[in-house]
Design a binder for this molecule. Structure first.
Ligand code: FE2
Length: 189
């Protein structure tokens, strides 16, 4: 499940319902999707789209999306650093940014016009829809792995427009990780 952090307010949200209502204030949709049947880690893209077909079709109808594909990013993906650099600076799109995470993780930062920047760490099972025009940036986590379904209204419109504010420089592109457990303190008796 996703985690939301508003670092300037020292707030962390980890319950799906509170994450959903917080993100809705900024027009961002968040859902959890459960596959109709188990999906093998090496399943082909077509199979991924079939297994989540019901949810994908519902979202297409609701958001006017006409195409869906599956993006697969691994540490060995050619030109990975150049690809990531395109999206790790604050930008916005003419299209919604719609991602359902099939495998791996990623970190969105969102910069609303009148509210502090917040981060959303997404992982497998998370659907996020960032509306067109929203200022944001994206980083992979340290394992540099993400596989995600993307939906488009018009794929040709999905290019980053950079704000060049440099605000992204003030935020660490470091994932939080639900599995993080603070080191145990020695117990003295
Ligand atoms: Fe983006």
């Amino acid at each position: 499940m996703a985690i939301v952090k508003i670092s300037s307010e020292n707030v962390t949200l980890s319950e799906p319902a509170e994450i959903g209502s917080f993100l809705a204030r900024f027009g961002i949709e968040y859902e959890r999707w459960v596959p109709d049947r188990p999906l093998a880690a090496d399943a082909a893209a077509d199979e991924v789209l079939v297994v989540y077909g019901r949810e994908v079709e519902a979202l297409k109808a609701r958001g006017g999306y006409v195409t869906a594909d599956v993006i697969d990013v691994k540490p060995e993906t050619p030109n990975l650093d150049a690809m990531l650099a395109r999206f790790s600076r604050e930008h916005w799109h003419d299209e919604d940014e719609v991602r359902f995470i099939v495998e791996g993780r990623g970190l969105f930062h969102v910069h609303p016009p009148d509210s502090p920047v917040f981060a959303i760490e997404v992982e497998a099972g998370d659907l996020i829809r960032v509306p067109r025009g929203t200022h944001h940036w994206f980083d992979l986590c340290a394992d540099r792995r993400i596989r995600a379904i993307r939906l488009f209204q018009d794929p040709s419109g999905w290019t980053p427009h950079y704000t060049d504010t440099g605000i992204d420089q003030g935020f660490q592109p470091v994932c939080f990780g639900r599995s993080y457990i603070p080191p145990l303190q020695p117990i003295r008796v």
